[in-house]
Design a binder for this molecule. Structure first.
Ligand code: TXA
Ligand code: MG
Length: 337
């Protein structure tokens, strides 16, 4: 299959392909998504195939207006509207009771559906042009880092999907926050662009699911199936090091060999030599760390190092999302200093 490359202006064309059963990679403010009409089971199956995604991992449904929410979810609690008022459009996904019209292929047999109203202008125009909600997982091959540029999508999926819409670099850089409103107390299933603190300011108590911070054992219940897979993983083993910038820099420096790659804060870049060095942002600029993480993981992989060390931020603010992605890339191999 030839993959068509579209500009951000060609949203009508993208909408037309989607309305006719095609699958299209679209930009969002978090990461690129691989979209299909939520009502086209065949197209949804093609999304799973193109990504090599396990069948038991449900997709997020993207809407472009609050009116569309009731067409995909039912029994919507008032808290969902409170969250929508504060954080939609934006990087927040809510788990709600699904409408019968949403197929088991989308939700992997769950009675719930994940819904998100993205803020990216191009994404919104494409959903409107397709005239249906769009189911879309991240537009990467299953297991590799999520794409934050059209080039990442091209590298993973060229020849496997109908089109890629180039909307430039994603401004958030990590995926949306997933909160389950389906159970009480409310539960954070995946940290992301909206922080835990922001959720708590609207919802009060929010439980952080164990899968966010720890490796689940074989028989532990997984609420968001995506959280159980090794993910964001470069080919070389990743070692996450958490602590102050100074301490983690010292720790990593004493372990460097020629084939080591270091992903570090800008402030410490000069301290590493005779190895590959990649900067992903200032120690205190966690938004920047989030924005650059996936891109830097891909770059690091291209150098084929033996091992990758990475300075990992603390859990406050968007640090929880950055640390979660780093831990997953590291298979939860993390050293806390
Ligand atoms: O920012 C994002 O959310 C991006 C962009 C494209 O919107 N999408 C994204 O999709 O990250 P994906 O498929 O890579 O991750 C979706 C996650 C998975 O962990 C999946 O298991 C979980 O959402 N999920 C989807 N439906 C669910 C449901 N009904 N209950 C629990 N978890 C669900
Ligand atoms: Mg994904």
């Amino acid at each position: 299959m030839d993959t068509l490359l579209l500009t951000a202006e060609q949203t009508d064309k993208a909408g037309e392909i989607l309305a006719h059963g095609g699958i299209v990679a679209i930009p969002t403010e978090t990461v690129y998504g691989l979209a299909a009409s939520v009502y086209d089971t065949n197209a949804i199956e093609n999304v799973f195939k193109a990504k090599g995604r396990p069948q038991d991992n449900p997709l997020i449904v993207h809407i472009s207006s609050l009116e569309q929410l009731t067409s995909v979810a039912k029994n919507i609690p008032p808290e969902a509207y409170e969250l929508a008022k504060r954080f939609w459009p934006g990087p927040l996904t809510m788990i709600l009771d699904k409408q019968d019209s949403i197929s088991d292929t989308v939700t992997a047999g769950f009675s719930t559906v994940a819904v998100r109203f993205p803020s990216h202008e191009t994404a919104l125009r494409i959903i409107s042009a397709a005239n249906v909600p769009l189911a879309a997982p991240s537009a990467n091959l299953s297991g590799s880092p999520s794409p934050t540029e059209a080039g990442h999508v091209y590298a993973d999926l060229n020849g496997r999907i109908d089109a890629i819409v180039d909307g430039g670099s994603c401004s958030v850089g990590v995926e949306s926050t997933i909160v389950s409103l389906f159970e009480r107390p409310f539960r954070l299933l995946r940290p992301g662009g909206i922080t835990l603190e922001q959720l708590q300011s609207v919802l009060g108590e929010v439980v952080v699911d164990r899968a966010v911070t720890a490796k689940l054992s074989e028989n532990e219940k997984v609420r968001a199936p995506g959280m159980k897979y090794r993910h964001y993983a470069p080919k070389a083993p990743v070692r996450a090091v958490k602590g102050s910038g100074r301490d983690t820099a010292e720790y990593i420096r004493s372990r460097i060999t020629e084939k080591t790659a270091v992903i570090c804060y800008r402030e410490y870049a000069d301290e590493f030599s005779n190895c590959y060095v990649y900067v992903y942002g200032d120690e205190t600029a966690k938004d920047e760390l989030a924005r650059n993480l996936f891109s830097v993981l891909r770059e690091t992989d291209a150098a084929c190092p033996d091992i990758i060390y990475i300075q990992c931020p603390d859990d406050s603010g968007i640090g929880l999302a950055v640390a979660n992605r780093i831990k997953k890339a590291a298979g939860f191999d993390i050293t806390e200093l």
